[in-house]
Write a protein of this length. Structure first.
Length: 138
């Protein structure tokens, strides 16, 4: 059973067949699917699942804090089930592949106090960009 399914069961969230399939699609490391990709993969497992059900389920999971919406290219939102573990993203600027990375150290310390302009910084989001091995080899 996936980490996401375990968390949802622990919350007592009603797992209908449709919700279960969406959670199963989102299972795994480095998962960052668009809603349309989630729907296509869910339909392979449950052909009658509607696009609206997938979108509604994703919205509920975001509201619950069980998945995160990620936008790395300013276009399609992607959904990341790794919502309970602090991490950053590494994105291929050629093909768009996204990987979760876990840099060490205090990212807040990188921003000097004089560059904070009095802000009380609560979180840091960093996106590393480059070319993945496949695109580099092409």
């Amino acid at each position: 059973m996936s980490d996401l399914l375990e968390r949802l069961r622990g919350r007592g969230w009603r797992l209908t067949a449709q919700r279960r399939v969406v959670a199963e699609v989102l299972n795994g490391d480095h998962v960052h699917y668009t809603a349309d990709e989630v729907h296509a993969k869910a339909a392979e497992l449950l052909p009658e699942i509607s696009r609206a059900t997938v979108y509604n389920t994703l919205g509920e999971l975001v509201s619950l804090g069980e998945i995160m919406e990620v936008s790395t290219d300013g276009r399609a939102k992607r959904y990341d089930p790794n919502a309970h573990h602090a991490h950053q993203h590494l994105v291929c600027s050629q093909c768009g592949t996204i990987r979760d990375v876990h840099p060490t150290g205090d990212l807040l310390a990188v921003l000097p106090a004089e560059e904070r302009f009095g802000f009380q910084v609560a979180a840091v989001e960093v996106t590393y960009r480059g070319m993945c091995p496949n695109c580099s080899a092409a």
